[in-house]
Write a protein that binds this ligand. Structure first.
Ligand SMILES: O=C[C@H](O)[C@H](O)[C@H](O)COP(=O)(O)O
Length: 219
């Protein structure tokens, strides 16, 4: 199976976690795009979705799925999204598609985070994938210098502006042995909007696509 076929398999497998009549939290990226296609097939059974990016909103709407403003929704049963890396503790690096901030917000509202990923995303220790950090534009150089002090090698993601009008620094050279501590430390830097480390809000269920099918890992 190709990597995209594995992503499709987990995207469709996530339908098992959707309760009819509910509003679904929807992530961003190529794996989440398969989930949105799957959601389209049951659109008459759900009330709608809350989206984590302009791209996912456009795709949801193109399939006729109502998209709600998060401010008008006080509870989401599930949030379904991909990841760039996931460790055995179900903590993740996210933000390869620059959607980390809205993803973290929507995930925070959901009772359950369902991570959908092909097996290449599983790692023993987070950090091989450069850690995305969303930064207010005027703070870019300051935050980059502070990230160097934390042991990273930040790289400005050229020509990318997030849905919130900010920039992304991708931090290389990290071996994240204490994801909670690093998430707190980076979030505490003035000018940082969000770090793409999902440690405090790890996944509750991971659907991992491999050659033998979809494997379910629960906390
Ligand atoms: O900002 C993007 C998101 O965090 C994605 O969920 C993540 O990058 C995984 O994307 P993909 O499913 O395309 O590998």
């Amino acid at each position: 199976m190709t990597q995209d076929e594995l992503k499709k398999a987990v995207g469709w497998a996530a339908l098992d976690y959707i309760t009819p009549g509910t509003i679904v939290g929807v992530g961003t990226g190529s794996t989440a795009a398969h989930f949105i296609d799957a959601l389209g097939s049951i659109k008459h059974q759900i009330e709608g979705a809350v989206s984590s990016s302009d791209a996912s909103t456009a795709k949801l709407k193109s399939l006729g799925i109502p998209v709600f403003d998060l401010n008008n929704v006080d509870r989401l049963a599930v949030y379904v999204d991909g990841a760039d890396e996931i460790n055995p503790q179900m903590q993740m690096i996210k933000g390869g598609g620059a959607a980390l901030t809205r993803e973290k917000i929507v995930a925070a509202v959901a009772d359950k985070f369902i991570c959908i990923a092909d097996a290449s995303k599983q790692v023993p220790v987070l950090g091989k994938f450069p850690l995305p950090v969303e930064v207010i534009p005027m703070a870019r150089s300051y935050v980059a210098r502070e990230l160097v002090k934390l042991g990273g090698l930040p790289e400005y993601r050229q020509s990318v502006v997030t849905d919130n009008g900010n920039v992304i620094l991708d931090v290389h050279n990290l071996s994240i042995v204490d994801p909670y501590a690093l998430e707190r430390a980076i979030n505490a830097l003035p000018g940082v909007v969000t770090v793409g480390l999902f440690a405090a809000r790890a996944a509750d269920v991971a659907l991992i696509g491999g050659p033998d099918g979809v494997r379910t890992i629960s906390k």
